[in-house]
Write a protein that binds this ligand. Structure first.
Ligand code: MG
Length: 327
C-alpha cells in the first residue's frame, strides 16, 4: 500500500512538472473580477516571461491603464502577488494574490473598501491572414520546400535551416531575394523565440528590409508600449500606431504595401518610400513616409527597386508563407 502511494505521488510530481511550460503562462488572459459586494467587471492580463523564472502580468481592469503585477514560476504554473492601484473611483489600491494553473489565472484581491476574486482564461489570438494563400499573380518566395528564391548578400547560397514543419529559421547571415521589387504587397509570417532572459533589442530580433534598405522591425515586443525600434516599427523612423504583437512562440503576420521612392531624370529623389503595414490584421503603419534607409548596416543610397532582405540578428526567429504581389 505504501509503495503504491509513493508511486502515485511520484507520478503526480513528474506529471505536474512535465506538463508545465512557460508557454502555458505567457500571453493573453481575460475574465471577470467579482467583489464581495457583487460588483463585477472585465479583467485582462498580458503575461510576459522575464529573467530568473520571473513573470510580469500587465493587468487591466475594465480596459483601464495597464498595471504591473509581478509573478514567479511555481512548481507548476506561476504565482503572482503585489499591490495594484486602480484609481480612487475604484477604491484605490488592492493587494492581489493569484496563480496560473491548469489554464486558469485566478486569485483574490483585497482593498480598504472591498475584497473579491478574479478569474481569467487564456485567449489565443489568431491573425485573420494566417496561412493566407498567394493570389494568382503573386510570386512565392518561400513555401516551406526550398530557399531557391534567396541568397546571401555575397551571392552565395542561403544557409538558413528549413525545419520539419516547413518554417525557415534564421541561421547564418542575412538572406535576400534574388529578384528585385519596386512597388508591391508582401505577405509573410514570423514567430519570435521565447527568450525570458533577454530584454530590448536582444529579445527575438530580426527584421524585414524592404528594397534592402528600410527595416520593418521584428522583435518580441509583446505587451510593451511600442517605441520606434520595437516590433512593427520602421526602425528608428516610426513606431507602430499600436502594439499588435502576439507573445513569442505564436505565428504572426505582416501584410505590407510599399511604394518605392521616385526619382527625376537627374536621379534626384522627388518622393519618399511610403509603407502601410498590418500586423496580425491590425493597421500599424498607415502610409508612413520613410525619408532615408534605416540603421547603419546597409546602403545609404536609395533606389527604385531592391530585394527583400531578412535579417540575421543572431536570434532563431522563424518565417513561413512568404509571397509578394508586384503592383
Ligand atoms: Mg531587427
Amino acid at each position: 500500500m505504501k509503495m503504491r502511494m509513493l508511486f502515485v505521488l511520484l507520478t503526480l510530481f513528474y506529471f505536474s512538472n512535465s506538463v508545465y511550460s512557460q508557454d502555458d503562462v505567457i500571453g493573453d488572459w481575460k475574465g471577470e473580477y467579482l467583489s464581495d459586494y457583487g460588483d463585477s467587471g472585465t479583467i485582462t492580463a498580458e503575461v510576459i516571461a522575464q529573467k530568473d523564472d520571473g513573470y510580469l502580468a500587465l493587468i487591466r481592469i475594465d480596459y483601464g491603464p495597464k498595471l504591473e503585477l509581478a509573478g514567479k514560476k511555481a512548481s507548476a504554473g506561476a504565482v503572482f502577488s503585489g499591490e495594484i492601484y486602480v484609481g480612487e473611483d475604484l477604491g484605490g489600491s488592492y493587494q492581489i494574490n493569484a496563480k496560473i494553473l491548469d489554464g486558469v489565472f485566478k486569485g483574490k484581491f483585497s482593498g480598504v473598501q472591498t475584497t473579491g476574486t478574479i478569474s481569467m482564461k487564456k485567449i489565443v489570438k489568431k491573425s485573420p491572414t494566417l496561412n493566407m494563400k498567394p493570389p494568382e499573380n503573386a510570386i512565392v518566395l518561400f513555401d516551406g520546400s526550398n530557399l531557391n528564391a534567396w541568397r546571401q548578400k555575397n551571392g552565395k547560397a542561403a544557409m538558413w535551416k528549413i525545419l520539419p514543419d516547413g518554417a525557415m529559421e534564421v541561421t547564418k547571415q542575412d538572406i535576400v531575394t534574388q529578384k528585385k521589387f519596386s512597388d508591391f504587397k508582401l505577405h509573410l509570417e514570423f514567430k519570435t523565440p521565447l527568450k525570458p532572459e533577454a530584454t530590448g533589442q536582444a529579445r527575438g530580433n530580426s527584421g524585414v528590409y524592404l528594397l534592402e534598405r528600410y527595416e520593418l522591425q521584428i522583435l518580441d515586443s509583446y505587451g510593451l508600449t511600442p517605441q520606434n525600434n520595437d516590433c512593427g516599427a520602421i526602425y528608428k523612423v516610426a513606431a507602430p500606431l499600436r502594439n499588435a504583437c502576439y507573445p513569442p512562440l505564436r505565428w504572426q503576420t505582416y501584410d505590407i504595401t510599399i511604394h518605392a521612392p521616385r526619382f527625376d531624370k537627374s536621379g534626384k529623389k522627388i518622393s519618399n518610400a511610403e509603407v502601410t503595414v498590418e500586423q496580425n490584421g491590425i493597421l500599424i503603419q498607415d502610409k508612413t513616409e520613410i525619408p532615408h534607409p534605416t540603421g547603419s548596416r546597409f546602403s545609404k543610397n536609395e533606389v527604385k527597386e531592391g530585394g527583400i532582405l531578412l535579417q540575421d540578428h543572431h536570434n532563431p526567429v522563424q518565417f513561413r508563407n512568404i509571397w509578394i504581389l508586384p503592383l
